[in-house]
Every structure is written in C-alpha cells, then in structure tokens.
Write a protein that binds this ligand. Structure first.
Ligand SMILES: [Zn+2]
Length: 63
C-alpha cells in the first residue's frame, strides 16, 4: 500500500479554513456555518436575532 499524504494534525484546522464575515448589526465576526452553505453570499448577520434587527434595509417605522 502506498503512503498517503500526511493528514492535518488535530485541532481547529477545519475551522481556520472557514470563511468569516462581520455581522452588519452587532459588528461581531462570525464564521461560516453549514446552514448557510447555500446562502453564504447573502449572509450578513451572525444570528437570526441580528437578522431581524437588521432586516431588509433600515425599515423603522409604522408597518
Ligand atoms: Zn450579530
């Protein structure tokens, strides 16, 4: 059997590779999540809570 390439050491190597963004609401950095795999390009908020706050543009007013 041939020798395979060295495997990465244990650790957060996988996480380090993940892309990251800054939340548009709280300004905190957050990393790629699997649930955003399809929509990562449109993700602007770190959580649903921030997403609600941010919403589609500033729409603060009588609804
Ligand atoms: Zn946030």
């Amino acid at each position: 059997m041939g020798d395979r390439a060295k495997k990465p050491r244990r650790g957060n190597v996988a996480q380090a590779k993940l892309p990251s963004k800054t939340c548009a609401v709280c300004g905190r950095p957050f990393r790629w999540r699997k649930k955003w795999a399809r929509d990562w390009g449109n993700v602007k908020f770190c959580s649903d809570g921030c997403r609600r706050r941010g919403g589609p543009a500033a729409d603060a007013g009588a609804a």
